[in-house]
Design a protein around this ligand. Structure first.
Ligand code: SAM
Length: 253
């Protein structure tokens, strides 16, 4: 898991264009005062942490990826940075007023246990604030089907599937948090044509997948991809419908 993030570290916020904006929105939603002690878990390149620093908070950022941690330490001298697994948060009880995690809970093995530990780390009236990507296929259903046809691994385990916003609110309640609140944010992005969509997805893993196909299959995939994308363009445009939910909750003593 960390190897994947190490590989992405250099261009992470360029590839995932929406995280910087969502980091600011998550901090606005949590609304910590200047001087608040903030822990950002799975900080990545600092989308959430830098927004908290900009408000004058005292920010500690942890991430399991050595690549992310090296960038954080170099980019933000005011940040306290540790390479640390979210499953082993090594801080005393009550160390923070706000704990944040931007697009992290859904990649953790046991998010419920980690949220219980987050509660331990918070001061008595402290807050947790989390963001979660909403999985929407929307008008890209054709791509979903094409991927399944060309890249499906026959015996792959089904896995737990993506986390829903209702499941996350449930985990927060189970971990002992109260006053659970959630808002939705939409971030549509329109691309001009099929080749632009191809380039955009190539950076996000498509190029690696296509490189594993035989040359004939790779050509067939690209031809069909561009055909579907052109249909999408002339029937309403190529818009990627990204959406996320922001969640906040209180550690009520
Ligand atoms: C999707 S990225 C989000 C980065 C950042 N929070 C943002 O909003 O842009 C997930 C981050 O969580 C980190 N991560 C994944 N599993 C982790 C774990 N068990 N403990 C700590 N960090 C972890 C990854 O290295 C990566 O930087």
């Amino acid at each position: 898991m960390t190897a994947k993030y190490d590989a992405l570290a250099e261009r992470y916020e360029e590839i995932f264009f929406y995280v910087a904006d969502l980091g600011r929105q998550l901090i606005d939603f949590a609304d910590p005062p200047p001087g608040a002690r903030v822990l950002d878990i799975g900080a990545g390149r600092g989308a959430v942490a830098r927004a908290a620093l900009a408000r004058g908070c005292l920010v500690t950022a942890v991430d399991a990826s050595a690549g992310m941690v090296a960038h954080l330490a170099a980019d933000y001298p005011d940040l306290t940075v540790h390479r640390m697994d979210a499953a082993a948060l090594d801080f005393p009880d009550g160390s923070f007023d706000l704990v944040t995690a931007g697009f992290v809970v859904q990649v953790l093995d046991d998010p419920g246990a980690i949220l219980a530990d987050v509660r331990r780390l918070l001061s008595p009236s402290g807050m947790v604030a989390l963001s979660l990507e909403t999985q929407t296929v929307g008008r890209l259903g054709w791509l979903h089907d094409l991927n399944a046809e060309f890249f499906a691994v026959p015996d792959a385990p089904a896995g737990p599937g993506p986390m829903t916003h209702a499941q996350l609110d449930g985990l927060l309640a189970e971990a002992g948090f109260t006053a659970v609140e959630r808002i939705s944010v939409e971030m549509p992005r329109t691309l001009p044509d099929g080749p632009a969509l191809w380039d955009w997805l190539a950076d996000r893993g498509l190029a690696d997948s296509v490189a594993r196909l035989t040359p004939d299959r790779a050509t067939e995939f690209r031809t069909r991809f561009l055909g579907h994308a052109e249909t999408m363009r002339v029937t309403g445009g190529i818009t990627l419908e990204f959406a996320a939910t922001l969640h906040r909750a209180r550690r009520t003593p």
